[in-house]
Design a protein around this ligand. Structure first.
Ligand SMILES: C[S@@+](CC[C@H](N)C(=O)[O-])C[C@H]1O[C@@H](n2cnc3c(N)ncnc32)[C@H](O)[C@@H]1O
Length: 260
């Protein structure tokens, strides 16, 4: 797949951390792709541990908000190991279809076996795709979801524009991402945990030097929920709303594709 080199229209790539030795803003997409390929085998276990097992509950909220109809077609963008796709699958059922897409093949490798184990293997399809150039026709999905991915794309607005393009009129686009707690004391504890404990835990388990340092560094640069809402609106989504979860450590945004 050719590297993403499109013109920047935001600052989502401008991550700075002295501890990120290999990160170059102009090569963010390649860096992200390589990093996820390397941490793929331990991705799920680190996720469960660092969120105290809350992450799967947040993904269930994403699916509830996306509200895919039985027999419908759902798309999970930047699906990684496929947890949101697997949560969408029972909702659409065997007469429906879930497309799980990601630009990092190694991240998707565990997905099919996980889907078979969950009994949904025959109606989840795995597709290599860049979130900024989705290879799907306009108006082809009942809903589109994405989790913990918008931090990683070079251009958030463009990603939402493409999700909007492929969802049907009246369909929902739902995004789960990290946020910063609002309450000062909680924010202080969260910062400490996220900046010190998570990189240590991630490095111990994944054996990757930078990935879990990149995580808080990219989260720091990521727009706060109010601003993300505006970005989604600029992309063309309407009735955009969001709610914080996990003491404000994550936010789930929901937007609608207008009918005309
Ligand atoms: C933190 S993981 C999240 C995976 C999954 N959505 C979840 O809920 O755990 C971020 C994923 O985004 C993918 N990703 C990042 N940038 C992407 C892009 N431009 N196009 C497609 N996938 C991308 C990465 O390969 C990785 O699998």
């Amino acid at each position: 797949m050719e590297p993403v080199t499109q013109k920047e229209t935001n600052s989502n790539h401008l991550i700075t951390s002295e501890r990120l030795k290999e990160f170059k803003p102009e090569h963010k997409a390649e860096y992200v792709n390589r990093m996820f390929a390397q941490i793929a085998p331990t991705y799920d276990i680190v996720n469960r541990l660092m969120t105290f097992g809350l992450d799967q509950g947040w993904r269930k909220v994403v699916v509830r908000e996306a509200a895919p109809p039985v027999g419908g077609k759902a798309l999970d963008v930047a699906t990684g190991t496929g947890d949101i796709a697997l949560a969408l699958a029972p909702e659409v059922g065997p007469t429906g279809e879930v497309i799980a897409s990601d630009f990092c093949l190694e991240m998707m490798l565990p997905g099919p076996a996980k889907a078979v184990k969950a009994g949904v293997g025959s109606w989840v399809r795995w597709v290599a795709a860049d979130a900024l150039r989705l290879p799907f026709p306009d108006n082809s999905f009942d809903c589109v979801t994405t989790g913990f991915a918008m931090r990683n794309v070079v251009n958030i607005e463009q990603a939402f524009r493409d999700m909007l393009r492929v969802v049907k009129p009246g369909g929902r686009v739902v995004c789960l991402e990290v946020a910063r707690p609002k309450l000062a004391l909680v924010r202080w504890g969260h910062q400490l945990y996220f900046n010190k404990i998570v990189p240590l835990l991630g490095r111990l388990i994944s054996r990757h030097k930078e990935a879990y340092t990149y995580l808080p560094a990219s989260a720091e640069k990521f727009p706060p929920p109010e601003e993300l809402k505006s970005i989604m609106e600029r992309a063309g989504l309407v009735q955009v709303r969001f709610k914080r979860y996990g003491l404000g450590a994550v936010a789930i945004h929901v937007g609608l594709k207008p009918n005309s």
